[in-house]
Design a protein around this ligand. Sequence first.
Ligand code: HAS
Ligand code: CU
Length: 561
Amino acid sequence: MTQLFVERFPDQARLVRLAFFNSFAAFGIGALFGLIQALHRTDVLRIVESPTYYTVLTAHGVFLVITFTIFFLVGLYQWAVTTSLERRPVDMRITKAWYWLMSIGTVIAGITILAGFLDDPPEVLGSQLSADVLFTFYAPLQGNPLFYVGLVLFVVGTWLAGVDWFRTWWAWKGDNPGARIPLPTFMVLTTMIMWYISSIGVAVAILAFILPWSLGLIDSLNPTLTRTLFWYFGHPVVYFWLLPAYLLWYIVLPKLSGGRLFSDPLARVVFILFILLSTPVGIHHQYLDPGIAEGFKYIVMTNTMFLLLPSLLTAFTVVASMEHGARQRGGEGYFGWLDALPWRNPAFTGMALAGLVFAFGGFTGIVNAGMNINYLVHNSAWVPGHIHTQVGTAVALTFMAGSYWLIPQLTGNRLVWRQAALVQVLLWFIGIVFMTNSMYRAGLVGVPRRTAEPQYAFEYDVGVGSMTELDFQLALGGFLLFISAMLFLAIIFMTWRNSESEPIVDGTIPPALSGPEDSPRVLDNLRLWIAIALVLVAIAYVIPLASIVTRGGLFGPDIGP
Ligand code: HAS
Ligand code: CU
């Protein structure tokens, strides 16, 4: 039997390719805005009116962290469920429905943002067609209602995708009573449980408050409430970006390293910890917000520190799997085994470098999470530094590297230009090192984030250690990242069309060294984890939300006539 995904499930391969197509298109657009960002912030290019700096920043954020990442996720997860259960969806109409809902939502929200580039955007639904609201889109910033409508369709699409995967699993369970959930499917289901629990927050914020407010149906809202609901979702969403990368690190990276996953039970524990702890930490984005009692901020800080555990476990398991692979390939010594890893394989090297950058980003996350030290970095360029190491590299570079392995599985075509692909992942790594080094350092000396006028010393402060040097690193990094992004798109495009090549055959994933039978069955008891997660959410949020509403009112303070 052929192992190639596209031959076993041609219609599923087509769907995954479509999702990846949307993902990569958004990546190209978002990357262009990223370059413009870097040039603006370093004074090479000034963006003042139509679009404003905020239009560009919103487009950069939304296309990359919402469209690129989440379309990749749904494609990857469709692949993971289908291959690991050896099964097609129960009803392909649902599958098509979520794909189209997400696509239409993206187009609507995208048009609303891009309309901000017009000199005189048209009026739609009572306000100008634009949405300069950043990817966090909470009040007091207000966009055209269509922006929120697009977001809602997109999120409902992801919910439906989750239903689709759960149904495939239920059908499989009926045919395989008592069997353990295959690991890739386990990862998909646990990610989606986390997503359901957390995206309720943003759904309430939009549907009950922000959308009616932008439609003019209500005059005011309580900004602390909508911010808190946003961050209730805003932390878990970063793991919605990260967990597909983790899936690739656990499932594909060990194979690329030449070995097998070190421990399936540990991987399950990691994903369960994300269900439990991802949501009751959102307030760590609000340490500086008035209106939330310090004691609750302290609880959230403690939860956040526990939340390091699944990533530290991941560092251990993934590196142990790489070491196992290297030793299978003849690697020896304490560190000598590193040399035996397949560094010439761009899929491997990209993921390994992404992991390395993630370790640094994780450490800066620990800095952010400390309640007192957060006051130093919170509104500074340090935070975009953190964002670019995490979603911008740990996630994005893993997705790109993973694509070098996946696209051949999905098309049957061989990867073109392997050397160029290697250069591409290296360029990304070098670009991000320059760019984030500059952002972290600039943040520490007080350069603010999210501001249109970041100039400090464009003219007089020169030399090593100066602002000019930091700006130079930022512009250089941004430029290298852009070149790397374009190279990636070219390689993927050419591979997609490389149908004349000798088809590849190897799509197997070897079993873990320590398999699911080494762990208690309770790990697969998803209901139990959902129940505990809900209790933790209640502990972290019920009292803060109640006090925000009691003090400020559901729709804003009643300040009288
Ligand atoms: Fe964060 C702000 C805390 C992880 C994204 N974060 C943000 C924002 C974004 C973001 C987008 O507590 C800004 C939002 C905004 O616009 O305001 N973050 C954390 C913590 C973690 C963390 C504790 N963040 C992420 C991930 C993200 C992400 C993942 C995206 C994907 N973050 C914060 C806090 C703030 C924040 C505060 C608010 C800041 C403020 O004041 O506004 C942890 O999850 C990190 C844990 C990670 C580790 C690293 C483990 C190392 C591993 C590497 C293994 C190595 C390999 C390679 C595989 C402890 C797993 C080996 C290679 C060889 C060659 C051997
Ligand atoms: Cu967070």
